[in-house]
Design a protein around this ligand. Structure first.
Ligand code: FAD
Length: 638
């Protein structure tokens, strides 16, 4: 597997400009000869499809929801980072770059992160022009707040609905292109395989979820903007439909999968309430601007009403352990601290798996109306789910699976190891290393879609020339037949167990052995357990209904089948990474105080997995990461 990252020459601050200048161009008249498939219409896919359409390419855009507006991006709450330095508090492109590399525990590619920080400022301008209603100061300037892992305020937001507003902006741009005929939107179409001809991605196979029709689509390039794989854990803050299928199918066709073990566990989610829950709810990190995290000092106080526990009997553990960052310590660190407190028997709420997020101080300092103005919809959501009023009583929160830093390996051009197949947004292994900082996913998705791919795709297209395959070609037909067979397998097994029950069991294995803390013995067990579960799935699955009409059971079964393979890959990656970094905490590698111990000598690389065939062990490759602009150091937030 060739892992040439294609990082441009020159000083870090000039690499992107140099690259744009030396990239090949497709002239405006020729652009209309090319067809590009964009799978996904979230922030990454929506932005890419709209921009490529605007440039004059013919675009086919796919999503499995009934509207592009329902992509999971709509759920993003807290905000989007940009190094605008509107607060004059010391921010700069270099600081955002530095914070992101450090926040990712020095496991990301410097050149990509720097480009992201540079582009961040353009994103805000683009979105404001589209009419995104970012919060403003009294005088009309855009407002900012802080997110974890930063000591400046650089997060732009639209209450707790930033993703929704950004997605509406991208959707308006996309709609314009749909109406101009430049983008054809295919909703309720799920990509079930990729078509690779002569080593190049040339199309996809979809299933129409409304009527079951399977169909081949061909193009000059395929962009996968299909989001993250957090739902491998069953319970997560992701929308229930989020899945790994598109990325996993590309992996089976030769696209390297990078760092699958880098999953992000978000510290502020509503704790699990019972056995029948199918998803978890995030309480945005922005709340930690004003909320203080604590547990009682004594386990015996955990059952008391929190308002009856006096100050001196409380442990504000983040403020105590990380005084410089306090409640805004990064997610991986805050999550582990919450787990530690609960393991210590000081967790609150049912099952003792919860810590308090308390707004009493902020309310007495700023008044309830200010807190309502900042986070009103989040408090309302919390009350609807828990029945508790967080203005009067602290919220209860606990870490949950939230985001995935791993994904398809891409070079500087966002191209995977399959030429012509690109990955954008959360679907790629991205710029976040082993831990993503809050408010940086929206930034990356929009950067990839609006500003990176429109330049870099030209390099590929101009060197291969236009000419999509005929959908009737033999390779395309073969891929189509393969998908039909795989769909038939699901409905013809006629066993006894639902795909949901397999998914739930997989999630339990993943959470227990590849969750917040991992160790070799547990990961080995998880790999064996997942293999057994997968075997059982193939023998004992029951999918009711048929495959020629709307069938949500069938959709879920297909996604679970891929999770059952992918889960093993994730555990394998976690097993091989014999260090602790970011969201990947190996219990064998920690300091006496329980902090992560990185091994830069042996693991300062991205691990990239190559599919070797059914039942065969995948091969691990590495891309060395060089740190020329940020000094490798122990990550400290104390
Ligand atoms: C609750 C929550 C809150 C968050 N808040 C923030 C925040 O405040 N700030 C921040 O920076 N980040 C936040 N994030 C993370 C951020 O929302 C996501 O990382 C980001 O929106 C992902 O965008 P995307 O375009 O890559 O993918 P998505 O928005 O997930 O879009 C994926 C698209 O791919 C399509 N798709 C997937 N598979 C297929 C297939 N097989 N066939 C066809 N179509 C397919 C889907 O239909 C969809 O259109 C949050 C995440 C969660 C879960």
């Amino acid at each position: 597997m060739n892992l040439d990252s294609k990082i441009p020459d020159g000083p870090i601050s000039e690499k992107w400009d140099n690259h744009r200048f030396s990239s090949k161009l497709v002239n405006p008249a020729n652009k209309r000869k090319y067809r590009i498939i964009v799978v996904g219409s979230g922030l990454a896919g929506g932005a890419a499809a709209a921009t490529l359409g605007e440039l004059g390419y013919n675009v086919d855009c796919f999503c499995y929801q009934d509207s592009p507006r329902r992509a999971h991006s709509i759920a993003a709450q807290g905000g989007i980072n940009a190094a605008k330095n509107y607060q004059n508090d010391g921010d700069s492109i270099h600081r955002l770059f530095y914070d992101t590399v450090k926040g990712g525990d020095f496991r990301s590619r410097e050149a990509n992160v720097h480009r992201l920080a540079q582009i961040s400022v353009n994103i805000i301008d683009q979105c404001v022009s589209q009419g995104v209603p970012f919060a403003r100061e009294y005088g009309g300037l855009l407002a900012n707040r802080s997110f974890g892992g930063a000591q400046v305020s650089r997060t732009f937001y639209a209450r707790g609905q930033t993703g929704q507003q950004l997605l509406l902006g991208a959707y308006s741009a996309l709609s314009r292109q749909i109406s101009a005929g430049q983008v054809k939107m295919h909703t309720r179409h799920e990509m079930l395989d990729m078509v690779v001809v002569g080593g190049h991605a040339k199309g996809i196979i979809t299933r129409n979820l409304a009527n079951g029709e399977t169909k081949a689509w061909t193009a000059d390039a395929v962009l996968l903007c299909t989001g993250g794989y957090g739902n491998a854990y069953y319970l997560s803050t992701n929308a229930v439909g989020c899945n790994v299928t598109a990325a996993y199918r590309a992996y089976r066709h030769g696209a390297g999968f990078a760092n699958p073990c880098y999953t992000q566990i978000h510290p502020t989610c509503i704790p699990v309430a019972g056995d029948h829950q199918s998803k978890l709810t995030l309480m945005s990190e922005s709340l930690r601007n004003d909320g203080r995290v604590w547990v009682p000092n004594q386990a015996t106080d955990c059952i008391k009403n929190p308002n009856d526990i006096s100050e001196e009997l409380r442990d504000y553990f983040l403020e105590r352990k990380y005084p410089s960052f306090g409640n805004l310590a990064p997610r991986d660190i805050s999550s582990r601290s919450a787990k530690e407190a609960c393991d210590d028997g000081r967790g609150v709420g049912e099952g003792g798996r919860g810590v308090y997020l308390d707004f009493a101080d902020a309310i007495s300092r700023l008044g309830e109306s200010t807190i309502r103005e900042r986070y009103g919809n989040l408090f309302q959501m919390y009350e609807r789910i828990t029945g508790e009023n967080a203005y009067k009583r602290p919220m209860r929160i606990y870490p949950a699976i939230h985001y995935t830093m791993g994904g398809l390996w891409v070079d500087y051009n966002l191209m995977t190891t399959v030429p012509g197949c690109f990955a954008l947004g959360e679907a790629n292994f991205s710029d976040h290393g082993a831990n993503r900082l809050g408010a940086s996913a929206l930034m990356q998705g929009l950067s990839d879609g609006y500003f990176v791919i429109p330049y870099t795709i030209g390099n590929y297209l101009a060197s291969t020339g236009a000419g999509a395959l005929s959908p009737d070609g033999p390779e395309v037909k073969e891929a189509l037949e393969g998908v039909r067979e795989r769909v038939d397998q699901l409905t013809s097994t006629k066993g006894k167990r639902s795909s949901r029950s397999y998914h739930k069991e997989l999630g339990q294995i993943m959470w227990e052995f590849a969750g917040m803390a991992r160790n070799a013995k547990g990961l080995e067990k998880a790999i064996g357990d997942i293999q057994d579960l997968r075997d059982d799935f193939h023998k004992n699955l029951l999918v009711s209904g048929s495959n020629d009409s709307l069938n949500a059971e069938l959709e879920r079964a297909g996604r679970v089948r891929d999770f059952l393979e992918f889960g093993e890959l994730l555990c394998r990656d976690a097993l091989e990474r014999k260090e602790s970094c970011g969201g990947h905490f190996r219990e064998e590698y920690q300091t006496a105080e329980g902090e992560a111990t990185r091994d830069d000598e042996n693991f300062a690389h991205a691990a990239v997995w190559e599919y070797k065939g059914e039942g065969k062990t995948p091969k691990r490759h590495t891309e060395e990461l060089n740190f020329d602009n940020v000094k490798l150091a122990v990550r400290s937030y104390k």
